[in-house]
Ligand binder design. Structure first.
Ligand code: ADP
Length: 393
């Protein structure tokens, strides 16, 4: 979807663009002010589309990622949708529902809905219809994305410890082991196999890949599939296909909670993921620098756009515990709180900068596993508990 400030979105966006980006204040503001009250806004149209459900589903077409573009010119609104379905009546039903919904808006006189139908090879559960993307994963109850605005904040470390903490909680509950999964989609640095000590190569049986199990957690990683020597430039295009394969060709079995380690940023991988997997929510990992705020906020923006809940914010490397028990705020203070406030979400916990956490990652034994009774493990379990409760309710 085009951003509200791009110059090719019609009069309102162009005026705003002139005004904001180029300093043509007086002319642009005049244009903007005279038009703004006569036209529907992008936000109004999106909010309206959020009320249109995919036929036969309780989920709306925005969160399914069907809306590709919205153009507003005076009282005319054009909506571009991409639908993937083998049921021939579905595109027509969606078109009518969108026309009805958008034309009910004040200031809209004409609605053009263009539906591009993508052929789908994935038959739906009943074999007759193709489900829209995202498609639920057989046996996987809840899927949670773990994201950060930039690399190096400890997102993968977090995913591994959080997955192990969740595994411990589910075992305490009597759910048994291997009910937690990690899908490592960080193509640029797939570090989960190393951090979880999962070095075997996954077996393939009847065209289905078996995840590797380590510390009671099922793991599938780009690291199992791509050669370390694969140039980064080739990895981008691979991620779409890989995520689809992780979703469709991995024998996950029964999994209560799946954590997805996303590459940092807001690129193709994140968009592809939100369109492929039915996410229950996203956890944002950040560091305490207030400078990290902007990037973390941007990382989270993607999920807001596709209507995925932000479950909370976790702050990593929050402080260093000195031998006398004092806390030293090596990376400053307040970043996590600030991101959580901006997202109207909660700061779920703070993990200190700690040698054992780093060593745990390097040794392939997450700190939560090697020192389950320690203070840091308790914080990870508290974060895991909040996420589990939130997602289940
Ligand atoms: P990302 O996935 O965000 O790129 P990683 O999880 O790979 O980040 O972490 C980057 C480096 O920081 C790794 O060497 C990891 O061991 C280290 N690290 C992460 N969290 C902590 C922490 N709380 N204390 C000490 N080192 C950490």
């Amino acid at each position: 979807m085009k951003s509200g400030n791009s110059p090719d979105l019609g009069m309102i966006s162009f005026s705003a663009y002139l005004s904001k980006e180029m300093g043509f204040d007086s002319v642009a503001n005049l244009l903007l002010n005279s038009k703004v009250n006569l036209m529907a806004s992008q936000e109004q149209v999106i909010e309206t589309l959020r009320k249109v459900n995919y036929p036969g589903y309780t989920r709306d077409i925005v969160s399914f990622g069907l809306v590709r573009d919205i153009t507003i010119r005076d009282e005319e609104v054009e909506v571009l949708l991409e639908v993937s379905s083998q049921q021939t009546d579905v595109p027509g039903k969606i078109k009518v529902a969108v026309e009805e919904a958008v034309s009910s808006l004040d200031k809209v006189k004409q609605v053009n809905v263009i539906v591009s139908v993508k052929s789908s090879e994935t038959p739906g559960a009943n074999g007759t219809s193709a489900a829209p993307e995202p498609t639920p994963l057989d046996g996987v109850e809840h899927i949670i994305a773990v994201a950060s605005g930039k690399g190096g904040v400890g997102k993968s470390t977090f995913v591994c410890n959080l997955a192990c903490a969740t595994e411990q909680l589910l075992r305490e509950e009597g759910r048994g082991s291997e009910k937690v999964g990690i899908m490592d989609c960080d193509i640029f640095g797939p570090s989960v196999p190393l951090m979880m000590g999962a070095h075997a190569r996954p077996e393939v049986e009847n065209q289905m890949i078996h995840p590797i199990v380590s510390h009671g957690v099922k793991i599938m990683s780009m690291g199992f599939l791509i050669d370390e020597d694969t140039p980064v430039i080739w990895r981008g295009p691979m991620v779409m296909k890989a995520i689809q394969q992780f979703a469709q060709n991995v024998e996950w079995g029964e999994v209560d909670f799946m954590f997805v380690d996303l590459p940092p940023g807001t690129g193709d991988a994140q968009i592809s993921l939100t369109q492929t997997l039915p996410l229950d929510g996203a956890l944002i990992v950040t560091t305490p620098q207030t400078a990290a705020y902007t990037v973390a906020r941007r990382g989270a923006g993607l999920f807001e756009k596709v209507d995925v809940d932000i479950l909370g914010v976790a702050e990593n490397m929050s402080f260093l515990r000195l031998p006398d028990g004092e806390k030293q705020y090596v990376f400053g203070q307040g970043g996590g709180e600030k991101v959580a406030d901006a997202l109207e979400s909660e700061l779920l916990g703070q993990i200190p900068l700690d040698t054992f956490v780093r060593e745990g990652g390097d040794r392939g034994i997450p700190h939560v596993v090697s020192n389950p009774e320690g203070e840091i493990a308790q914080v990870f379990r508290n974060i895991a508990r909040k996420i589990v409760e939130d997602v289940r309710n």
